[in-house]
Design a protein around this ligand. Structure first.
Ligand code: IMP
Ligand code: MG
Length: 181
């Protein structure tokens, strides 16, 4: 018998309705903070793709928005973030002088975001903000600054609304907890 652990969907942690309400509130904060300016929403692939698409649409007509993407992977042990991030695909936009808002699905240890903040600082953007849908404070290893945050969640593995387990479940409208089978 295989002793490999399998995970199955357990229950809904955040409904799509609750997510939409919060994403529209974050869009409102961004509109207030950057009124009359241009922002470059920069999504961390693939997890932030769905969140960023909704966020961009809630920002709406009032602002000058462009959308770009970055893909990263952590070096070494894939399940434990090492804090050293490899850029698989960089953004196409030249960040210097721009208002860059980095959009991420979840902050777990915070290593990925603190690494990206340093990397972007060297690019001299006009402003650099982080926008994260979920934060798991119990797992935090470094104090990465979150400028915009959706929800604080307990230390549970979650999927849906862009978040995956082994590449699956990103397409779910709600955010679900996983449990061991
Ligand atoms: P960290 O903050 O550097 O530890 O890593 C954050 C990354 O870990 C996120 O971008 C996700 O890809 C992944 N991650 C952490 N927790 C979860 C989860 O509960 N579900 C899905 N992905 C997760
Ligand atoms: Mg990710």
């Amino acid at each position: 018998m295989s002793d490999a652990v399998t995970y199955i969907l357990d229950k809904v942690m955040l409904t799509n309705e609750a997510i939409q309400k919060r994403v529209s509130e974050i869009a409102e904060m961004i509109r207030n903070d950057f009124a009359g300016e241009e922002v470059v929403l920069t999504g961390v692939l693939k997890g932030a793709a769905i969140f960023m698409s909704d966020l961009a649409r809630y920002i709406g007509l009032d602002m000058d928005v462009t959308m770009d993407y970055i893909a990263v992977s952590s070096y070494g042990n894939s399940s434990a973030s090492s804090g050293v991030v490899k850029i698989i695909k960089d953004m196409d936009t030249y960040a210097e002088g721009k208002n860059v808002i980095l959009v991420e699905d979840i902050m777990d240890t915070g290593l990925t975001l603190s690494y990206l903040r340093e990397l972007f600082a060297a690019r001299n953007p006009r402003n650099f903000k982080t926008c994260v849908l979920l934060e798991k404070p119990e797992r935090k290893k470094v104090d990465a600054v979150l400028d915009y945050k959706g929800f604080t969640i307990p230390d549970k593995f979650v999927v849906g609304y862009g978040l995956d387990y082994a590449g699956k479940w990103r397409h779910l409208k709600d955010i679900w907890c996983m449990t061991q089978k």
